[in-house]
Write a protein that binds this ligand. Structure first.
Ligand code: ADP
Ligand code: MG
Length: 581
């Protein structure tokens, strides 16, 4: 037989690598900004269009590149940041694998202009990894890189991108992380021609206030602890500022944003007794640690990290946070009701019909396409632009809502009418909330005095074994022996009497890898379908309001977990056409 092993052509291998480095527009933005930071820029401008799908541009005033370096920069493993293998262990720059630009260039149309030292500025254009044009440029300083049509040559990925709203959310997350860890850099951020952030060079606490708004100021408690293992600094937020989501949790190791369950847990337990159930503390924690004691390279996106000595670090962080909460004499008697957030906690999911305390944004218009401003106003409880109003109380701007056919909720807004399918809307609300519980591992369960026994078929048992973790993570405590299931605890919110039915129904349908991304996705979909309010069910006003408000605080309010349209809108034109048609 002839030889069959081939070395992949570089454009193919770059595209494959691109899948690791570049998942979505926000990952492109992250790599570009990190390169600008590594180039010692003091000013970085970001320009994006259509949530980065059509344009992501980063302009900096950093050291720039020579012509030759511009050519090399988009070749895989071309990096100016490491020379020998030891460098990897003591690296302090953001990127160092030399694969980001190559990966990005291979899946987009890229234009780069740069000027370096005494050379003249230069311009190059690359499509799908191929150099197609170059010329002189009159760029005055630094580097400007434009990424157009990301994934234009990988339709599977392009189609996989989420709505502009979701992609922009990711982009803003990335921006927040980098802006917080680099308050010494001036940033401006233009989205669809509108400047949505301008941050001048400032101190860390001012930067946090500039991003999250004035009301965070009095909640910032400084933390500062130097130990042999690590130095801890930054701010933790008073328990009054705790949220029902983890959106205010920022951890940076050697000034790089990371995710770490065990650090989150360590801080969370420092707040023991200070937080109401279901609330998470906020923090901006900077850990400085000898780079040889960590491994940042375990994940291509480098947001995960391994520590040599995580047990000691756990205790150091835990006691530092306790210490600073103690110094600021945070009292355990707090009035949490002042700041209810829009997030639903798991235990409210099923027992919602009692007069929910919901805040909505009076300016919210579900008929408009979501733009960045809408998004930051309505969907991010943490942004300063937030201007919420309480539905309760006699506010004449409150939404007018009613139900028709025991199936749809009708709501009006300035000039349009919105008709929501109650069942699909509730599925969406539950689905996001279940996923959240699964991923955040926030267990909220009740022990049953008399465990429930259920006998399973072989097929059900097989499926159960695939989704054991999901069952656990939302609060089921189940023992299986032979073909008998013993349910000892159930999540709050699921009625005891329904448990058998719910479990049976979940286990009656195997998951289908073409529709379900993962076991978690399957589980959340099934459970939301089974436990949602059905068509035909009469809803009182509170329930209707609950659905409308929670639907529009979902990440993807348009589509049900099975991709069915949740609501339709009739605007002035639609209505007038009906009369004239
Ligand atoms: P890495 O950052 O891992 O080195 P990249 O593919 O992100 O790899 O970038 C490749 C090289 O291109 C960098 O090492 C750097 O020398 C150069 N480079 C990229 N962006 C910039 C920039 N904005 N300013 C100066 N040099 C840059
Ligand atoms: Mg880089």
């Amino acid at each position: 037989m002839s030889d069959i092993i081939k070395i992949l052509p570089s454009d193919v291998s770059n595209k494959i690598a691109a899948g690791e480095v570049v998942q979505r527009p926000s990952s492109v933005l992250k790599e570009l900004i990190e390169n600008s930071i590594d180039a010692n820029s003091t000013r970085i401008q970001i320009i994006i269009k259509d949530a980065g799908k059509n344009l992501i541009q980063v302009i900096d005033n950093g050291r720039g590149m020579s012509r030759n370096d511009m050519h090399l920069s988009f070749i895989k493993h071309a990096t100016s940041k490491i020379n020998k293998i030891e460098d990897i262990f003591s690296i302090s720059s953001m990127g160092f694998r030399g694969e980001a630009l190559a990966a990005i260039a291979s899946v987009s149309m890229l234009e780069m202009e740069s000027i370096n030292d005494d050379q003249n500025g230069h311009f190059i254009e690359i499509n799908g990894g191929e150099l197609i044009r170059e010329k002189d440029s009159n760029i005055q300083e630094g580097t400007s890189i434009k990424i157009k049509n990301v994934f234009y040559n990988v339709p599977a990925r392009r189609n996989f991108l989420k709505s502009d709203f979701v992609e922009l959310r990711h982009i803003i997350d990335v921006f927040h992380r980098l802006a917080i860890s680099h308050p010494e850099i001036e940033f401006s951020f233009i989205n669809n021609e509108e400047e949505i952030f301008y941050l001048k060079e400032e101190s860390l606490n001012k930067r946090i206030i500039s991003i999250f708004g004035e009301k965070i100021r009095e909640n910032l408690i400084p933390i500062n602890e130097n130990t042999q293992i690590a130095n801890i600094s930054g701010f933790v937020l008073k328990p009054e500022f705790a949220k029902k989501s983890r959106s205010n949790q920022f951890i940076f190791v050697n000034n790089r944003f990371i995710k770490s369950q065990f650090i989150n847990h360590s801080i969370f337990s420092s707040y023991d007794g200070l937080l109401r159930d279901g609330y998470y503390p906020g923090y901006f924690l900077f850990i400085d640690i000898d780079p040889t004691r960590i491994d940042v390279n375990i994940h291509p996106n480098k947001t995960e990290i391994k520590f040599d000595d995580d047990q000691n670090l756990y205790s150091i962080i835990n006691s530092s946070v306790k210490h600073c909460l103690g110094i600021y004499q945070v009292s355990p008697v707090l009035d949490f009701d002042k700041d209810p957030s829009m997030d639903i906690s798991y235990d409210k999911v099923k027992s919602q019909p009692t007069s929910p305390n919901i805040e909505i944004n009076s300016d919210f218009n579900p008929f408009k396409d979501f733009n960045d401003e809408e998004m930051s106003k309505i969907f991010d409880e943490d942004l300063p632009l937030n201007n919420k109003l309480n539905l309760e109380g006699d506010n004449n701007q409150a939404l007018k809502i009613f139900q028709i056919l025991n199936k749809y909720i009708v709501s009006t807004n300035k000039s349009s009418l919105i008709i929501i399918n109650q069942n699909l809307a509730h599925q969406r609300i539950l689905y996001e909330s279940f996923l959240k519980s699964i991923f955040e591992n926030y267990v909220n369960s009740q022990k049953l005095v008399f465990p429930i026994e259920l006998s399973l078929t072989k097929k059900q048992l097989l499926l159960y074994n695939k989704i054991i973790d999901e069952f656990k993570s939302i609060g089921f405590d189940i023992i299986v022996r032979n073909e008998l299931m013993l349910i000892e605890s159930i999540p709050f919110g699921i009625e005891k009497n329904n448990v058998e039915e719910v479990i049976e129904k979940i286990l009656n349908e195997d998951f289908n890898t073409s529709n379900d991304f993962s076991a978690s996705d399957f589980f959340a979909k099934r459970l939301s379908k089974i436990t949602s309010i059905k068509s035909g069910q009469k809803l009182n006003l509170d329930e209707q309001e609950y659905i409308v408000n929670h639907l529009f605080s979902c990440k993807e309010p348009n589509l049900s977990p099975d991709n069915k349209q949740i609501f339709i809108t009739l605007n002035k034109n639609d209505i007038e056409n009906k009369f004239n048609g």
